[in-house]
Design a protein around this ligand. Structure first.
Ligand code: PLP
Length: 414
């Protein structure tokens, strides 16, 4: 039976969690209206305290977006204008925007073909082969002639990058590590070095989180946070987000208007209480997909290394002709997404980098084949079975079509 659009499956359901929490969420508005505490104050501080606890860090500083969080973290960590900051080309452009807006220059290393995250061995190869050393032993990029001072691993799709190895390489070359944890609220990483599970955002010098509405913890608007164990860095972020002042009208530096609204902090605080449960629900749904899809030839499911407990911000499969599969699913009323179709080094915005096709082959191969399936805490098992059935139907049809094409070709040669 063909799937009608009336009972379609959305890529993301942002309405149900808000309807469920409506009374608590609207109470936040009433509180803010009655106290006129719109900027800063206890609602922001309470959220910061509990988000730091959730991330197992000493501090969290709420800011106006994930992009600002990353920019402020880089600045507060001491990245200087003109420094090179290394990251991956397979991420959302906000990662490199934040680097550029901190005055630094992004340079790329390729990703791992299985986790889709920064490949530590490629970082090492970059530092050994694509950099020289100055008199004090600092790596200098041969490409730009600038000092390389930081690396930004992106915990893409909710899976932490291999932080032990990245931290080890970074420390050998004197680089700071700032985590882009914008998609990884609550993701866990087993550190072989420390012999314990650690939480995304607690391993680098600082980390950036986004609370964009579709994230695992999403605001009802724009929001972000920096987490860190460094009290000085947290204080600098607090100052930078608030026009460079620690005391009203005493401006130590020029800063930004990068504060978080109290209402958003209050809404996030209500939702934070549910985040661990929502993450578990996403993990259960990932197990369902795995069981439904793993034996289907023609699709590659996400790889979970033994040291990783991802929170599945996105559930991303790979397949040879993902446009055709996406079209098939769309016709069946099933929403999908592509995160992200064009690697950053091939974006028009970065044409000036003069990095052509073939510069980062793993990223390019992955970007051409990925497809994000519906993933949200209230996705039902029946909906997942339907998604899997439609994928199977598509695969069967395309292999039949291929076989028919081959037979026709053989026939025409006779
Ligand atoms: C990997 C990554 N980095 C940075 C950001 C920027 O976050 P925001 O949209 O809150 O500025 C996002 C979110 O969109 C992201 O997914």
């Amino acid at each position: 039976m063909s799937q009608s659009h009336t009972n379609g499956i959305p890529f993301l359901d942002l309405v149900s969690p808000h309807v469920e929490l409506e009374a608590e969420l609207t109470a936040v508005f009433h509180k803010a209206l009655r106290t006129a505490g719109f900027i800063g104050g206890p609602m922001v501080e309470d959220f910061e305290k509990d988000f730091a606890t959730f991330c197992e860090t000493a501090h969290s500083v709420a800011v106006s977006s994930g992009t600002d969080a990353l920019r402020f973290a880089l600045m507060a960590a001491g990245v200087q204008p003109g420094d090179v900051v290394v990251t991956v080309p397979h991420t959302f452009i906000a990662t490199t925007e934040a680097i550029s807006q901190a005055g630094a220059v992004p340079e790329f290393v390729d990703i791992d073909a299985r986790t889709y995250n920064l490949d530590p061995e490629k970082l090492l190869a970059y530092l050994e082969n694509d950099c020289s050393k100055d008199a004090s032993g600092r790596p200098i990029s041969r490409r730009s002639g600038r000092p390389v001072t930081a690396v930004v691993p992106v915990h893409l799709y909710g899976q932490v990058a291999d932080m032990d190895r990245i931290l080890e390489i970074a420390s050998r070359f004197g680089l700071m590590v700032i985590e882009d944890a914008c998609q990884a609220h609550g993701a866990k990483y087993f550190s072989r070095k420390r012999n314990r599970w650690m939480t995304a955002g607690s391993m680098g010098r600082a980390a950036a989180f986004s609370f964009y509405p579709g994230k695992n913890l999403g605001a009802c608007g724009e929001a972000g946070a920096v987490t860190t164990n460094d009290a000085g860095l947290a204080a600098t972020v607090r100052m930078v987000r608030d026009h460079g002042q620690a005391k009203k009208y005493y401006h130590d530096v020029e800063g930004y208007n990068g504060r978080l609204d109290a209402i958003q902090a209050g809404l996030l605080h209500v939702k934070l209480k549910h985040l661990a449960k929502w993450n578990e629900q996403r993990q259960e749904r990932a197990v369902n997909y795995q069981r439904l899809l793993e034996k289907m030839g023609g699709v590659v499911i996400p790889h979970e290394p033994a040291w990783s407990r991802p929170v599945y911000h996105l559930y991303v499969i790979r397949t040879a002709d993902r446009e055709a599969l996406a079209e098939h699913l769309k016709a069946a009323g099933i929403g999908t997404g592509i995160h992200y179709p064009i690697p950053l080094h091939l974006q028009k915005a970065y044409a000036g980098m003069k990095l052509g096709k073939g510069s980062f082959p793993v990223t390019e191969a992955v970007a051409a084949q990925i497809l994000s399936l519906p993933m949200f805490p209230t996705l039902t098992r029946e909906q997942q079975v339907r998604v899997a059935d439609e994928i199977l139907r598509y695969l069967r049809r395309s292999s039949d079509a291929k076989e028919a094409g081959e037979l026709a070709a053989v026939g025409s040669k006779r």
